[in-house]
Design a protein around this ligand. Structure first.
Ligand SMILES: Cc1cc2nc3c(=O)[nH]c(=O)nc-3n(C[C@H](O)[C@H](O)[C@H](O)COP(=O)(O)O)c2cc1C
Length: 323
């Protein structure tokens, strides 16, 4: 048995065994075919996906503690271009994305003076504010988000948002413990519970980690960062090569809600462990390569007034289909 395993490991390292593991190739083939990575703006899905991304990038700019003066011009120009294409060729494909983008640009226009934003190139006819669509950022009193008498779980869920501005104060280890215990209630494949949370403390180390991740520019000072990772040693076959991400995602959602219930805001950030950044990260934090890192989560206590991007959701009909 040991000799067989040694031979497999050796062949694996030399790359001879890859054909035995066709799932990853098959999956990548599907990704290449159906994602928009090889598409252009002749394709409706490309246009809509980029409209959604740019819309979010603009709302996110407003959700930062100190939005940068003049921010977002190049993004707005590209969004404006894609909206023209959508109007000409793809109306009806995903009008919710279109309407949300229009409303977000209207919000941008309404803040032009405050943040010195250039809106001179916008076609005013297209950007007429729709009062029924709530876009941009919202500001809530912390007490509203943290009241304890929600009538339904849905009402509680609606009060969680990605927050990018935190009180400059380290988290109480007892709160961290409670949040992890809550996260652990998430389901996991065969109850193997592969997920582990690595907790980085101290503003300086947190900043280093976030700089490497690169998605937290403009956030306030962060004193606590959580790295959510799954131990690959919990999985048994190539069919499970993505299960760590599924387990981590479910765990992370529970974690975010638990943190929120304790008065702690957070923002999930995506991590891809296959890039050069993985080495940079592991030079700062000692996490074995055997852990597949899925998400990086900066967190901190809410400030008294909480600002967050509205991030409107798709209409129900677009996310549900009864077959
Ligand atoms: C996988 C993933 C990656 C994300 N990456 C970033 C990021 O790099 N920077 C950021 O500010 N927010 C990031 N977010 C937060 C999303 O922008 C946010 O979840 C989304 O706009 C919905 O808003 P909500 O969380 O307030 O409901 C990410 C969220 C997820 C789930």
């Amino acid at each position: 048995m040991m000799i067989k395993q040694l031979i497999i490991n050796m062949l694996n390292r030399k790359g001879f065994m890859r054909t035995m593991y066709p799932y990853a190739n098959k999956q990548y083939g599907k990704f290449e075919r159906y994602s928009v990575m090889n598409k252009t703006d002749c394709d409706a899905s490309y246009v809509v996906t980029h409209i959604r991304i740019l819309t979010h990038e603009i709302e996110k700019g407003f959700s930062l503690p100190e939005p940068r003066k003049g921010f977002g011009k190049a993004k707005l120009q590209e969004l404006d271009r894609l909206l023209s294409i959508y109007e000409k060729k793809f109306m009806g494909y995903d009008d919710a994305a279109y309407q949300t983008a229009i409303a977000t640009v209207c919000y941008y226009k309404s803040c032009a003076e405050q943040y010195v934003l250039d809106i001179s190139f916008l076609n005013n006819e297209r950007y007429q504010a729709n009062e029924t669509l709530n876009c941009g950022v919202r500001i809530s009193d912390k007490r509203e988000l943290l009241k304890s008498d929600f009538e339904t779980y849905y009402e509680f869920e609606k009060t969680r948002h990605s927050v990018r501005n935190y009180k400059n104060m380290a988290l109480d280890p007892e709160d961290v413990r409670k949040a992890i215990l809550g996260a652990q209630l998430a389901p996991s494949a065969c109850n193997r519970q592969s997920v582990k949370v690595f907790h980085i403390t101290g503003a300086e180390r947190c900043e280093k980690v976030l700089n490497i991740q690169n998605g937290a520019k403009g956030f306030s000072i962060v004193n606590d960062v959580f790295i959510i990772a799954a131990s690959l040693s919990s999985y048994t076959s190539p069919l499970e090569s993505n299960t760590g991400f599924v387990d981590s995602g479910l765990f992370a959602m529970n974690f975010l809600l638990s943190l929120h219930s304790l008065g702690i805001g957070a923002c999930p950030l995506l991590w891809n462990d296959e890039t050069d950044r993985a080495k940079q990260l592991r030079d700062i934090v000692q996490i074995s390569e055997s852990y597949e890192i899925a998400l990086i989560v900066p967190a901190g206590y809410y400030t008294d007034i909480v600002k967050y991007a509205v991030s409107p959701r798709k209409p129900f009909e677009l996310v549900y289909e009864r077959l």
